[in-house]
Ligand binder design. Sequence first.
Ligand code: CP
Length: 334
Amino acid sequence: MASNPKKKKDFISTQDWSREELDRLLDITKDLKTYPEKYRNTLTGKSLCMFFYNPSMRTRNSTEVAAYQLGIHPTFNSIKDSWIGYQSESVKDTAKVLARYYDAIGIRIFPVSVNWIYKEGNRILREFADYSDVPIINFEDDQFHPLQALTDIYSIKEKKGDPRGKKIVISWAYHPKPLPVSVPNSILLITSRYGMDITLAHPKGYDLDSDIMNIARNNAKEFGGSLTISNDINEAYSNADVVYVKSWGALKYYGNAKDEKQLRMPYRDNWRIREENLDFTDSNSILMHCLPIRRNIVADDAVIDGKHSIVYDQAENRLYTAKALLYDLLREKE
Ligand code: CP
């Protein structure tokens, strides 16, 4: 039985949610992490459609377990074994039919599934949202990864307290191939909503989407943070409270990995994250990565397993934020 359409709210980008709504999700996350039994089986009888155009480990498993613990029945669908829009069947038909069965629908759609046409994955998700009477949850599209962003700000608060005025470096790192920009876009948007002083560190040519940068600048203005760009890794890391490592592809060569390679290869050594880079940060800084990560290519073992790293706690928090989101979207509200 589908939820009441009047109560439907989608989770496609954190930017679509107000600060008060995001704070509510973070409060629920903290509460259910502290008191899991209070939430167990509170949503029995609800159902969640999870469908993946692309592979996943954390998003799939954290959401599936989160649903199970709340009493929700999750089903996994992939393009290998389902007729799932938008190629075999229209988005409209898929969304309308699935909304008759489920109480929420989660979708992952990467750039490769939309021929690297930038923002096409996000456009398709929003089309699903237009036709679906139940909430659409973004499991990562080509622009945003809001469940990851929610986890990231929760993890920062958990480890460092109030994020306001704390310095975060969103650091590009070398990776053998160009990766989507959804995670850097999302961490930029969420940390600028929480008043952090952000340094976006990347080599020349790896600028993020100017529209996203403008939104982040406006967020920073509204919430009392700042946003600077640095092409010098050690200068960027100086006195940082949080280092968030993530590789991404150059937008200028979006979908053209062959030509992009010429740009990225010279950065293979200088932008591989090493212990020495972290020496420039605050002694109590935390090192974050959304995972998966290619060890000793993107960052050294000594970094991932080092004293600053919180990557496993961060990954664990995916379970709690997924659970908080499902709880918030599907509980009966007054
Ligand atoms: N961080 C993250 O989204 O991981 P998966 O791709 O394994 O879901």
